[in-house]
Design a protein around this ligand. Structure first.
Ligand code: AMP
Length: 291
């Protein structure tokens, strides 16, 4: 592995700690961007924002085995490490932590963190154990890096809600900042998993953002029949070849509980299989006035 100059790349927990301690002693604010690599413009927008918000930016790259189910894509998940390191260097990252799985989960590892309730619905129902893996790795990374601020994408809407809940409940001394979803020009949300899509699946995948836009328009036009909006979203998804919706739902952005009538701030969430690839997307819809 060749390490770009001007940026420390390390697999070592102790080295992360000493670098961060030195930056803190230098009065620099510490930002952390946890990722699974295969970096795209969505990750880079988090890194750019981290750069603005802090004097020291740490990016973690770790394809976390505990958040993948037995039938999921752990072994084929893309791992273009050299390109990722170049992207980090070009973006002015100070430190990239690329741990080995054995260092994160050594023999005898036995402690998991679970946010009850929020972790078992929607993505958690479709992917049992997923959020237990996410919260465990994110808490470990926050304990290793000890940043002042950690940045997450709205793209993984339930993930940021689960992480915010964990940080609040466990008094983790970190600010969580959530940044907007970066999309392709045609609306498809960037995802490391988009590389799995064939050309025709890629076209069909647009159904996710189309269904969200449809929901937003109807809500903004004053439609109060949330059930009918959800049904139209599902029809939009099903109208495209290869697309099998998992769920389309309009929820409260904090509790993720389904709404029976519109409120001033709503999250519209969608998950669908496009061929063999499972994709998720979401939008926040805000309506003017008190409701
Ligand atoms: P991942 O590498 O998929 O675990 O994602 C790492 C971080 O990047 C998470 O906080 C994601 O929510 C965020 N992210 C992924 N895709 C996007 C996107 N299209 N726009 C903004 N942030 C994203």
């Amino acid at each position: 592995m060749t390490f770009p100059p001007g940026m420390l790349v390390t697999t070592g927990i102790d080295e992360v700690r000493s670098e961060v301690a030195a930056a803190r002693a230098d009065q620099r604010r510490i930002a952390c961007v946890p990722t699974m690599g295969a970096l795209h413009a969505g990750h880079l927008s988090l890194i750019e924002h981290a750069r603005q918000a802090a004097g020291f930016v740490a990016v973690t790259i770790f394809v976390n085995p505990t958040q993948f189910g037995p039938q999921e894509d752990l072994s084929k998940y893309p791992r273009p490490l050299d390109a990722d390191l170049k992207a980090c260097r070009d973006a002015g990252v100070d430190l990239v932590f690329v741990p080995d799985a054995d260092a994160i989960y050594p023999a005898g590892f036995a402690t998991f963190v679970e946010v009850e309730g929020l972790s078992s619905i929607l993505e958690g129902a479709a992917r049992p154990g997923h959020f237990r893996g996410v919260t465990t790795i994110v808490l470990k990374l926050l304990n290793i890096v000890q940043p002042d601020v950690a940045l997450f994408g709205q793209k993984d809407f339930q993930q940021q809600a689960v992480i915010r809940r964990m940080v609040h409940d466990l008094n983790v001394p970190v600010e969580i900042e959530v940044r907007p979803t970066v999309r392709e020009p045609d609306g498809l949300a960037l995802s490391s998993r988009n590389v799995y899509l064939s050309t025709s699946e890629r076209k069909s995948a647009l159904a996710l953002s189309e269904s969200l836009n449809l929901a937003r328009k109807r809500l903004q036009d004053g439609d109060e029949d949330l059930n009918s909006i959800v049904q139209s979203m599902l029809s939009t998804l099903r109208s495209k070849p290869f697309v099998e919706p998992d769920y389309a739902i309009i929820v409260d952005p904090d509790t993720l509980q389904p709404l029976s009538r519109p409120q001033s701030r709503m999250a519209v969430l969608v998950a669908a299989r496009v061929g063999a690839t499972r994709l998720i997307d979401n939008l926040i819809v805000e309506l003017p006035g008190d409701r």
